[in-house]
Ligand binder design. Structure first.
Ligand code: FES
Length: 86
């Protein structure tokens, strides 16, 4: 799935970049800008940032679940649509 149309980044590109980032520096904050910088892609319009953040957060949560991290220590995946409906 294309996440960033300006840079033609897919969800796979983002997940791979997150894996490399946390391998290099495990305790760092990973944002869309961090990921794009690691891929040498500029953040242009920023319209993709909410979806990129969702991909990053879901991937980190999945990795932490695989590693057996307690659920209370896993990142919260914010679903804006669900929050807006509340
Ligand atoms: S769609 Fe990603 S920077 Fe524009």
């Amino acid at each position: 799935m294309i996440v960033c149309h300006c840079n033609r980044l897919t969800d796979h590109d983002i997940r791979r970049a997150v894996d490399e980032l946390i391998t290099d520096v495990p305790l760092q904050m990973i944002t869309p800008r961090t990921v794009y910088n690691s891929l040498s892609k500029p953040a242009r319009c920023g319209g993709c940032f909410p979806l990129a953040l969702k991909v990053i957060t879901e991937h980190l949560a999945a990795r932490m679940a695989e590693a057996g991290t307690p659920k209370r220590a896993q990142p919260v995946v914010a679903d804006r649509a669900a929050l807006a409906a509340e």
